[in-house]
Design a protein around this ligand. Structure first.
Ligand code: DGJ
Length: 332
């Protein structure tokens, strides 16, 4: 009761102070509106996080209603604690780069840091309104927050590519995960030295999208969703001792009836602290008729005994120094 009263008091203070709205009392609240330092809804859908020089940068689809309708935008936010996010501007505001026509698509942007070339390299899924172009696009910048300059589009490994994901291994190697419908599966492909191309690492014969990956205590975990458009479905995971496999069968992350709590995977973010390692399941709760108001579903995963479990949503917080995640008592 005291906690609830305290929560109410805090909410009132935050309501009166638009600059603090994004703080949401220092908690991550899956499925609720999440605001930046200006009090605007965070626009980082289908996104990913890049850690650079002590700062987390969150990139994603900017679906703002007042965007120029002829362009597709990627927004960038920065944070030191993963809970309070500062808007850094549009990293990319791209006019149709390949004569794709009306309704063209830029989805699931991810930013890689190339320490050799000292460039920041943005990958995204690029497509026409019918999803038949099926390529990745590449844009580069000298600064992490952009602006990014369009370089090219291509089909990785010569294959159709739709949803993409990002994985950085513990040795710093960078991988693109991409779904390829005609193959009935998805690829894990290592980026070449300049990050302008990929080479095959592994093909997983499972028709999954929203691919994401993490390595914990020597085991690789890959997650993905089934292909049901914007509709949620039970997301699944498999494990392997090496990126090249062998991979286990896929298992549900949460009870099937929960349909992943209405969310679809976009990234697994590992936070290694002084006391604990937390893996955050980052996902989107899509609102296809109001994509700008699609919600974020972030929860710490339970990992152990070779398995991975996504708990039901509740407010929680993370200490990025210790790596500890604290789930709140049910406070609403
Ligand atoms: C599911 C994908 O994961 C999303 O990124 C988006 O492409 C929708 N399909 C479109 O239906």
């Amino acid at each position: 009761m005291r906690q609830k009263l305290f929560g109410l008091t805090l909410s009132c203070v935050l309501f009166l102070s638009p600059l603090s709205v994004g703080a949401q009392s220092g908690r991550i609240r899956p499925g609720e509106q999440w605001r930046d330092n200006h009090g605007h809804l965070i626009q980082a859908h289908g996104g990913g996080i890049t850690f650079w020089k002590g700062m987390y940068y969150w990139f994603g689809e900017d679906r703002s209603r007042d965007n120029d309708p002829s362009k597709r935008s990627v927004a960038c936010y920065s944070s030191r604690d993963l809970m309070h996010w500062r808007f850094c501007g549009k990293a990319l505001a791209l006019p149709d780069p390949e004569h794709l026509g009306s309704g063209w698509v830029l989805e699931r942007p991810k930013v890689f840091v190339n320490t050799r070339t000292r460039k920041f390299v943005l990958y995204a899924h690029l497509d026409d309104a019918h999803y038949s172009f099926a390529r990745v696009m590449v844009a580069v910048s000298d600064h992490i927050q952009g602006p990014y300059r369009y370089v090219k589009s291509y089909r990785p490994l010569g294959e159709e590519s739709r949803d993409i994901g990002q994985f950085i291994d513990e040795d710093g190697s960078a991988y693109l995960i991409f779904e390829s419908r005609p193959t009935h599966g998805f690829f894990i492909a290592r980026l070449t030295g300049d990050f302008m191309n990929v080479e095959k690492t592994c093909f997983i014969p499972a028709p999954l999208e929203g691919g994401a990956m993490v390595r914990v205590r020597g085991t690789y975990y890959v997650v993905g969703s089934h292909m049901t458009g914007w509709e949620p479905n039970p997301n699944v995971y498999a494990t392997a001792p090496a990126l090249t496999g062998p991979w286990t069968e896929f298992h549900n992350l949460a009870p099937a009836a929960a349909r992943n709590y209405g969310s679809q995977s976009t990234m697994l973010l590992k936070v290694v602290g002084t006391k604990a390692t937390t893996v955050i399941f980052m996902a989107d709760q899509w609102r296809p008729n109001a994509l700008w108001d699609s919600r974020y579903f972030w929860m710490p995963l339970r990992i152990g005994d070779g398995g991975m479990h996504l708990p039901p949503p509740r407010p929680w917080s993370i200490d990025v120094t210790t790596g500890e995640a604290t789930l709140s008592a049910a406070d609403r």
